[in-house]
Design a protein around this ligand. Structure first.
Ligand code: UD1
Ligand code: CA
Length: 408
């Protein structure tokens, strides 16, 4: 097997998104779009990933500063996708292997599709392979032009299509694998002769074909995987598709999701076997949920929530940055923030931790087997010993709890 690298194009300004944030940092189910593209590359094995960045590059690099397999390549002026690839020339001039090229705004790309590209490349010994999709509404995408024998002749951008070409439903999702040397020879020859005056990578593909090299297009991309996110509306559609995938995976792993349409689960969440997620539950951030829990309806679990096994959270319960031990019950209208809650604690209806005093966020610790009556306000910083009984309606401070415990 020859060595393989990936180029991810992520320098664009993204006027269609109307945003100050680099497009690839916009989140899909809690993670930046670019993170999914990186994942897909890594799953099929790449030695290095060259990420071409420009608009907002410091922000992008900062967000992925931990990822040591990324080489950041600067594209100062966004002159088109072929120009973006050409920016990697210094790094890849002498590389004799396979180069995958993907766009950072295609978060729905699946590793399985990239695997198909790689296998096809090995079978066909082609100079380039691209994966295509057939869409009901192909507008906005480059169209795949084939001859009457089905061989690919080139790609025509949406804005350059004749009416006949516009009617072609096979599109280019921008998932390519190239022989590296042939790729760079071709991108160097691309001219910006189009309405946008940009250097198109799709023209490099047409060039490779014109010089007599073998290029193969495989219709291997499911319609719901093809989307490039160019607008906020497409971002919401991509998020829905990703949400479906996240939930499907969790269900396959033994999680019950009662009403998938009305549940939202972050891509980073982990949920244990036989846990039941009731409708209108919203899970955001790196949340960990144990085995046999029951969550919701209408629960909101935020960043840093850890639930051990057999925890029950009911309607309008919000948890943030807290660990709840086995057997905790908080069935109605509670807020637990910045807390550790011991085993078998019962949190009554409407009880909250008052974790923020206007200046600082403070911690609450509740021991095992405590009973917190309805409507209690637990003012942090606060530490409650094992087995404490807090009556309904109490306002609890560290001072008042110590007095109470002295009396006992
Ligand atoms: C591109 C393809 C089109 C395909 C579609 C799939 C070209 C010319 N067109 O169109 O055939 O159907 O993707 O989603 O390649 N970028 C840079 N530098 C630049 C320009 C773009 O890094 O100078 C990056 C963008 O940040 C983006 C990606 O390349 O992540 C694609 O660019 P975009 O402008 O979104 O291309 P599309 O019009 O969607
Ligand atoms: Ca795009």
């Amino acid at each position: 097997m020859s060595e393989r690298v990936a180029i991810i194009l992520a320098a664009g300004v993204s006027r269609r998104m109307a945003t100050q944030l680099p497009k690839v940092l916009h989140e899909v189910c809690g993670r930046p779009m670019l993170a999914y593209v990186l994942d897909a590359c890594r799953k099929v094995g790449v030695a290095k990933i060259y990420a071409v960045v420009g608009f907002g590059s410091e922000q992008v690099e900062q967000q992925f500063a931990q990822d040591e397999d990324i080489v950041w390549v600067q594209q100062d002026e966004q002159m088109g996708t072929a120009h973006a690839v050409l920016c990697c020339k210094e790094h890849l001039r002498d590389f004799n292997g396979e180069t995958m090229v993907l766009c950072g705004d295609g978060p729905l790309v699946r590793a399985e599709t990239l695997k198909t590209l790689i296998e096809k490349h090995q079978q066909e010994q082609a100079a380039a392979i691209l994966a295509t999709a057939v869409l009901k509404d192909p507008s906005g995408y480059g169209r795949i032009i084939r001859d009457r024998y089905g061989n690919i002749q080139g790609i025509v951008e949406d804005s350059s299509c004749t009416p006949e070409q516009s009617a072609i439903s096979e599109v280019n999702p921008s998932y390519y694998l190239f022989h590296n040397k042939i790729l760079f020879e071709a991108v160097e020859r691309v001219k910006p002769d189009n309405v946008k005056k940009e250097y198109y990578l799709t023209d490099a593909v047409s060039n490779i074909i014109a010089t007599g090299h073998k290029v193969v297009a495989v219709t291997a991309v499911r319609p719901e995987e093809a989307m490039g996110v160019n607008s906020r509306a497409q971002l919401s559609v991509a998020s829905k598709i990703m949400q479906k995938r996240i939930q499907q995976k969790l269900m396959d792993q033994g999680v019950t999701i009662v009403d998938p349409q009305n549940t939202w689960i972050d891509a980073r969440a982990q949920i244990g076997l036989d846990t039941i997620i009731e409708p209108f539950t919203y899970i955001h951030g790196e949340v960990r949920i144990g085995i046999s829990c029951r969550i919701g309806p209408f629960a909101y679990l935020r960043e840093g929530t850890v639930l051990e096994d057999d925890v029950v959270l009911g309607v309008y319960t919000e948890i943030k940055n807290s660990t709840l031990a086995e057997g905790v019950r908080a069935r109605h209208h509670s807020y637990i923030g910045d807390s550790t809650v011991g085993r078998n604690v019962n949190v009554g209806a409407g009880s909250i931790t008052a974790n923020f005093n206007g200046r600082n966020v403070n911690q609450t610790s509740i021991g095992d087997n405590c009973y917190i009556g309805s409507g209690a306000v637990l003012i942090a910083p606060l530490s409650i010993k094992d087995g404490t009984h807090i009556s309904a309606g109490m306002v609890v401070t560290q001072e008042s709890i110590e007095k109470l415990q002295q009396k006992d």
